[in-house]
Design a binder for this molecule. Structure first.
Ligand SMILES: O=C(Nc1ccc(C(=O)N2CC(c3nccs3)C2)s1)[C@@H]1CCCN1
Length: 131
């Protein structure tokens, strides 16, 4: 079994941070990585991250670590993450992650300031025994 994390980190940005698109309020990253940051490329061949269709090149294919996408934006939406394995006998795993830019808790929203919103899911990859 291989433990891994998938999730996102979102940080508020100011208009001067992104003059090209002042409507963008946050910079965020969505990722798949090892629990202690270890390199998963021994078992993960590719991570495909599908963003909302309004992004340029919404389907991002990453074939070497870091398996992550960093973008700026203004809203929250579902992101599909497909993990393909080095062992082609292992079927790919598809995960769905709801990008979160704002704290859920009303009080935390007031206190957010520049604090990042980090949403991590801890999972385990289970591989079939060779026959
Ligand atoms: O927010 C939401 N959907 C979003 C889709 C895409 C978003 C975004 O952030 N961006 C598109 C990208 C671009 N900027 C300029 C040109 S393309 C920056 S937000 C939904 C709607 C209600 C609740 N959540």
């Amino acid at each position: 079994m291989v433990p891994f994390i998938y999730g996102s980190t979102a940080t508020p940005i100011s208009k001067k941070d992104n003059p090209s698109d002042p409507s963008h309020t946050h910079k965020w990253s969505v990722y798949v990585r090892g629990v202690n940051g270890e390199d998963l490329s021994f078992c993960i061949k590719r991570v495909t991250i599908k963003l909302h269709e309004s992004f340029a090149v919404p389907t991002r294919v990453i074939e070497s670590p870091p398996f992550e996408v960093t973008e700026t934006g203004w809203g929250e939406f579902e992101i599909m993450i497909k993990i393909s394995f080095v062992d082609s006998n292992e079927r790919p795993v598809t995960l769905y992650h709801q990008l979160q830019l704002y704290p859920k808790d009303e009080a935390a929203i007031q206190a957010q300031g520049k604090k990042p919103v980090i949403i991590n899911h801890y999972e385990e990859l289970v591989f079939n025994e060779p026959t």
